[in-house]
Design a protein around this ligand. Structure first.
Ligand SMILES: [Zn+2]
Length: 260
């Protein structure tokens, strides 16, 4: 099986002790490429280290994570934007961006403003977005509406919305949806979106080190486990595992322009 892990934080300190072995296990499991979403200014050098260490195996994204948005967010955005302007060729996406009101609603307005600014980078630099949305579907839709009838495209990663949410977003644009270990959790309703999203717009990911799929639930997640997501999705959609792996790999290549 050849599969792309479209969202992993492989650069974070959870992998400091065994990063090379983690990459090796991923490759042995059939993972041919990993997309690394950025979190803030501090994580950018870590992403670039990954590219030096594993050339051809990882692609980088640039953006300010919604949980990283505080009083100084405009300054952070200016720095990230300058980096994108100067090194456009280093990036395959703007992300992860979005809105997260699960823990804290303090910066709701700022999160919406930061998302709008970063979606404008997508248009300006011809890059797809990687959106993180948690407890914020109305806010996301409100911002996205401003981009109706533009060329804006991208993926709603770790998507946990309903089929109605998929339909709502599709009124705005033809987007991709990423599923991870959550889809394998017994009480999760994420599997219900699969027939609505369809194989043509589905991406698989780990979001490692978080959200390990069954049967590794509760452990540190890693890219090799994306195979469990593929297997689960295949079973749910009554398809061969290789068909899901192939389709989601093609989707990742098309969306991010990966040369793998
Ligand atoms: Zn993430």
């Amino acid at each position: 099986m050849n599969v792309v892990d479209s969202h992993s934080h492989l650069y974070c300190d959870a992998f400091d002790a065994d990063r090379a072995q983690t990459v090796k296990r991923a490759q042995e499991a059939g993972v041919i490429h990993v997309v690394l979403p950025n979190e803030n200014r501090a994580s950018l050098p870590l992403l670039h280290d990954m590219k030096r260490q594993f050339p051809g195996f990882v692609s980088l994204s640039i953006g300010l994570h919604p949980e990283e948005i505080h009083d100084d967010y405009q300054q952070e955005l200016n720095i990230l934007r300058a980096e994108l302007e100067n090194n456009r060729q280093d990036y395959v996406a703007v992300g992860e961006v979005g809105i997260d009101l699960y823990w804290d609603k303090t910066f709701r307005t700022e999160q919406m403003d930061a998302l709008e600014q970063q979606l404008n980078w997508c248009l300006q630099y011809s890059l797809p977005f990687i959106i993180h949305c948690r407890d914020a579907m109305d806010e996301i839709v409100e911002v996205m509406e401003k981009f109706r009838d533009t060329s804006l495209h991208g993926v709603f990663h770790s998507f946990t919305g309903t089929p109605a949410d998929v339909a709502r977003l599709r009124q705005i644009g033809d987007f991709y949806f990423g599923v991870n270990g959550i889809v394998t959790f017994k009480k999760s309703s994420v599997k219900e979106i699969l027939p609505h999203v369809g194989l043509e717009r589905l991406l698989v990911e780990t979001d490692s080190p978080y959200l390990a799929p069954v049967p590794h639930r509760g452990k540190r997640n890693e890219s090799a486990f994306v195979v469990e997501v593929v297997k689960f999705v295949a079973k749910e959609m009554v398809l061969e595992t290789d068909v899901v792996a192939h389709a989601t790999t093609q989707n990742a290549k098309n969306l991010f322009g990966l040369k793998v």
